[in-house]
Design a protein around this ligand. Sequence first.
Ligand SMILES: *Cc1c(COP(=O)(O)O)cnc(C)c1O
Length: 322
Amino acid sequence: MSELKLPTYADVVAASERIAGHAHRTPVATSRTANEELGAEVFFKCENLQRMGAFKFRGGYNALARFDDVQRRAGVVAFSSGNHAQAIALSARLMGIPATIIMPHDAPASKVAATRGYGAEVVLYDRYTEDREQIGRDLASKHGLTLIPPYDHPDVIAGQGTAAKELFEEVGHLDALFVCLGGGGLLSGSALSARAISPSTKIYGVEPEAGNDGQQSFRSGSIVHIDTPKTIADGAQTQHLGNLTFPIIQRDVDDILTVSDEQLRAEMRFFAARMKMVVEPTGCLGFAAARAMKEQLRGKRVGVIISGGNVDIERYAALLAP
Ligand SMILES: *Cc1c(COP(=O)(O)O)cnc(C)c1O
């Protein structure tokens, strides 16, 4: 294998120019209750209010905006448990690019419907027995499509880094930044922005307890693969970090933490009751970990990226029920 060229903060800056006027510059919310409960000043970057409901629009749009004419005509293929699918489907529609999306058969119905609604062709597979990456590669080579993976791609990472860039631009220095972690696109992109703009910020990636491959990888120094974890955080059911995301995380991130599904449900209730926001389970990872670390965060300025808000309404109601 040749040496990998990792994206840099300059790529994040270029991405922010490409997505300007297309992605929302999402609001930064604060909550007196959150501040009181943590004894800290907490700034929430609300990517649940991003177009299509998650930060993934940033990376998807940035990646497609870099296609040449031949790639645009042939189309894009993507595999995703949900939000990346919608990000690619919507971005492709906005640019007039045909899109094929490979989704797990048990993906939330709202995510499958939204992806079809954006005009993409959806191919379903069994996430416990089939290899989505192989299916994606096969389709790509057969029809000349360009495969855009959900996290391990320089343009995707650079696009995801624009959320943290905006957060720092808006609130200035932060002592700590908590970022949801699946395959590491959001975390590695956020780390590029944090290290460039606010170098002393402690950066934490947060995973579901049942799927702590990132923590194992971070601590062991090489990418650990796990079986698809069973967790309510469906956006973080990834089996391994990427060849691009892992070295950035190793270099720039301070630690990787885990939280339980019960903690995620408690934060879903917090966001609903106190901040009047629908946040999907995966989107609660960052704040759940911050709350668990509150002794160390007392008096500090804390950033939390709320990564998404896409959850079926019936499932949402069931998860909120005590
Ligand atoms: C994809 C996703 C994540 C995880 O992002 P990675 O870049 O894979 O680490 C977290 N939250 C939500 C809502 C997502 O859609």
